[in-house]
Design a protein around this ligand. Structure first.
Ligand code: TXA
Ligand code: MG
Length: 329
């Protein structure tokens, strides 16, 4: 474990992009803003840097990483895109979509980053800070969310700092992220399959495909030893406090994560209350989700009670993260 590092924090801009590229080229670890969540980047071709990345996060090495690139040409040097994968790439990149495709022969991504699989997860982020760093660096950058493994993902540079300060070289502060949940992951091996709901809704993907996304086998993800997207461990995104879903009332000393305009019984005795979206806007709720979980957790409540959130659009990703946060540990 590399600890006791001096973690530099730079505001986004040309100087920060150049510093990030230099640090990545030297095998260092750089956290940076993407439109989904902050990522922790390492040179995708540098196995030593990737080993440091796993250690800095405390992440199990069987959980592979997403390779981030600046454009489709760079993506096709890493992975093989069939017609449907290309259609999704052209419709949604740059953006909050990750595609899992077969590796190319001579794929430059280190085996450690793909956990020895013959497939690779690829994303072209839209955020200008991520784009500037990828272009300045020139190669692929593997980047998991920039949090300690199992914690709530970071949507502000300050979240990265509180989890990883002293363990990484640089944080490029690009302000609050816009989407707030991680990218949607679609496996493009046979029929396109939804491996992780995320910042691009199932509905939008299915509209482009003209077909329903395949569903992972029902047991996948419920068994930590054989998860389908290997990172989809049952307990994840976990605050310290227990999380209680579908709350219809607030118990004394609980914090409430509210959604929509209705008021629950017991509200006045709550330890704290935050509303993901008073107008029940799911995009707004996704953007606020991880930050509000961190903020409520910081109050040290008995538990965090969460109101029911609909399953449509980004609600599918929000509920996925909340269910994992609620798994008993
Ligand atoms: O929005 C995002 O996707 C963020 C930003 C930083 O880009 N990144 C992110 O990375 O969420 P991470 O490491 O937290 O999640 C990557 C997920 C894991 O569930 C991992 O198991 C899965 O992608 N994955 C990576 N390679 C895979 C592969 N070849 N096959 C199936 N799943 C894969
Ligand atoms: Mg993560």
């Amino acid at each position: 474990m590399k600890t006791g590092l001096e973690t530099l924090i730079l505001p986004a801009g040309d100087a920060a992009a150049r510093a990030a590229a230099r640090t990545l080229a030297a095998g260092g670890l750089v956290a940076f803003a993407t439109e989904t969540v902050y990522g922790l980047g390492a040179d995708a071709a540098n196995a030593t840097a990737i080993a440091h990345l796993y250690a800095a996060k405390g992440r199990p090495a069987f959980n592979p990483l997403i390779a981030h690139v600046a454009d489709i040409t760079a993506a096709q040097a890493i992975g093989r895109f069939d017609a449907r994968a290309l259609k999704l790439a052209e419709a949604f990149w740059p953006g909050p979509l990750t595609l899992v495709v077969p590796k190319t022969d001579g794929c430059p991504v280190a085996d450690l980053a793909t956990a020895g699989l013959d497939t690779v997860a690829i994303r072209i982020p839209a955020h200008p800070v991520a784009q500037a760093i990828l272009r300045a660096f020139g190669g692929a950058v593997v980047a998991p969310s920039a949090n300690i493994s199992g914690h709530v993902s970071p949507t502000l540079a300050a979240h990265v700092e509180s989890d990883l300060s002293g363990r990484i070289d640089l944080i490029v502060d690009g302000g609050p992220v816009a989407v707030g949940v991680e990218s949607t992951i679609v496996g493009c091996l046979n029929a396109p399959m939804l491996l992780r709901p995320g910042g691009l809704s199932r509905e939008r993907i299915e509209a482009v495909l003209g077909a329903a996304l395949a569903r992972p086998p029902a047991e996948a993800g419920s068994d930590d030893s054989q998860p389908l997207a290997p990172g989809m461990l049952a307990s994840h995104y976990a605050p310290r406090a227990n999380v209680r879903l579908n709350a219809r009332e607030v118990a004394p000393g609980e914090a409430l994560l509210a959604f929509g305009p209705s008021r629950l019984p017991g509200l006045d005795a709550a330890a704290a209350v935050m509303n993901l979206s008073p107008t029940a806007d799911l995009d707004e709720a996704a953007a606020n989700l991880f930050g509000y979980l961190r903020a409520l957790d910081a109050k040290g409540p008995r538990a965090i009670a969460v109101m029911t959130i609909p399953e449509d659009d980004l609600g599918e990703a929000i509920n996925d993260r909340l269910r994992r946060a609620a798994v008993a540990r």
